[in-house]
Design a protein around this ligand. Structure first.
Ligand SMILES: [Mg+2]
Length: 286
C-alpha cells in the first residue's frame, strides 16, 4: 500500500496534501488512543444498558422456574454429572454460580475500563467488599421460588474463600435466600482440593443432595473443561451435553469475560501481541 506522503513525488502540492492527510490520520489515531480502546466497552454497555440483556436473563430464569416442579417430583431427576448412585432419597437442591449469574458486576468492568486497567485482583476485591453489586434480572425471583418449594440453594463461585463474608452480605442485600444451618456458599480454596475447577464442589453437593438444576454463565459452571481446551473443544464439550441445555442446565449470557475469552487468549498474552490483535485472528467469516 502506498504511503500517502509519497503519492506523487513530482508534485510539491500533492506531497503537501499527502502530508496533511498523514497528519490527519495521526490525529484521528491519537484521538482514538485518547479515548482508550478497550474491547470490553461494547459488551459492558450491552449488559448495562440494553433491554436485550435484561430480557435474556429473565427468559432463562423463567424457563428454569417452569421446569422446577417436574424436576422436584421426579426422584430420578438429577442433573449433576458428579452424582452418585444412591441419590434418589437425597433432599433437593439447585446449584448456581454467583458472578454474572446472581450478581451483576458490570459496574466493576465499567470502572476497570475507565481506570484503564485489565483484571487487577485488588481492584476486584475492593469491589466485592463494597457489597454493591446488583442482582442479575430474574435471579432473585427464581431463588425465592426454589426456596418456597423447599429446595436448598447452593452457590458455587470462584471468588476466593476469604471474601465469603462480603459475598454473603451482597447476596442477602439483593434478597437471595441463604440457609444458615449449613454452608451453602462454596468458594474457591475454602477446602483442600476446591480449586478453580468446580467439579469437586459439585461432587460435595451431589453426595448430600439431589441436584435439580444448575445455572451459570460459563461452561465450567456445569462440566469439567480441560485447561488447554480451545474454542472448538469447548463447543464440542457443550454439544456433547446438548440434551441438558434447557433441561436442568441453564446458561446465561456473559459477553464481558469468561472461559470463552481465556480459550482465545491461551498462551498468547505475550507483550508484543495485543489482545485485540489476537482476537482479530479468531474472527470467522463464514
Ligand atoms: Mg460467573
Amino acid at each position: 500500500m502506498r504511503n500517502p506522503i509519497e503519492f506523487d513525488s513530482n508534485s510539491r502540492t500533492c506531497r503537501s496534501a499527502g502530508a496533511v492527510m498523514a497528519l490527519a490520520m495521526l490525529w484521528v489515531a491519537g484521538g482514538c488512543a485518547a479515548l482508550h480502546h478497550d474491547e470490553r466497552l461494547h459488551s459492558t454497555l450491552w449488559v448495562q444498558t440494553s433491554a436485550e440483556y435484561a430480557i435474556s436473563t429473565e427468559q432463562v430464569y423463567s424457563m428454569a422456574i417452569q421446569g422446577l416442579a417436574a424436576a422436584l417430583e421426579d426422584p430420578d431427576w438429577n442433573v449433576v454429572l458428579e452424582r452418585n448412585d444412591q441419590d434418589r432419597e437425597l433432599p433437593p437442591a439447585i446449584i448456581v454460580d454467583i458472578d454474572e449469574t446472581i450478581l451483576n458486576n458490570a459496574g466493576h468492568a465499567a470502572r476497570s475500563i475507565i481506570a484503564r486497567k485489565g483484571f487487577v485482583a485488588e481492584f476486584w476485591r475492593a469491589w466485592v467488599r463494597e457489597v454493591a453489586a446488583p442482582a442479575v434480572p430474574g435471579a432473585v425471583d427464581y431463588l425465592r421460588y426454589a426456596q418456597a418449594m423447599g429446595i436448598t440453594v447452593f452457590f458455587i463461585s470462584n471468588r476466593l474463600a476469604d471474601l465469603e463474608e462480603p459475598t454473603r452480605e451482597n447476596l442477602e442485600a439483593v434478597g437471595c435466600p441463604l440457609r444458615t444451618d449449613i454452608d451453602v456458599v462454596l468458594l474457591r480454596e475454602e477446602k483442600p482440593g476446591w480449586g478453580v475447577d468446580k467439579s469437586a464442589r459439585r461432587a460435595w453437593v451431589a453426595e448430600r443432595f439431589r441436584v435439580l438444576q444448575i445455572i451459570g454463565d460459563d461452561l465450567r459452571d456445569f462440566v469439567h473443561v480441560p485447561e488447554d481446551s480451545d474454542e472448538g473443544a469447548r463447543v464440542e464439550i457443550a454439544l456433547s451435553h446438548h440434551r441438558r441445555w434447557g433441561e436442568g442446565w441453564y446458561m446465561l449470557p456473559n459477553p464481558i469475560y469468561g472461559g470463552w475469552e481465556e480459550a482465545l487468549m491461551k498462551g498468547e498474552y505475550a507483550e508484543h501481541v495485543s489482545p485485540l490483535e489476537r482476537k482479530f485472528k479468531h474472527l470467522q467469516t463464514q
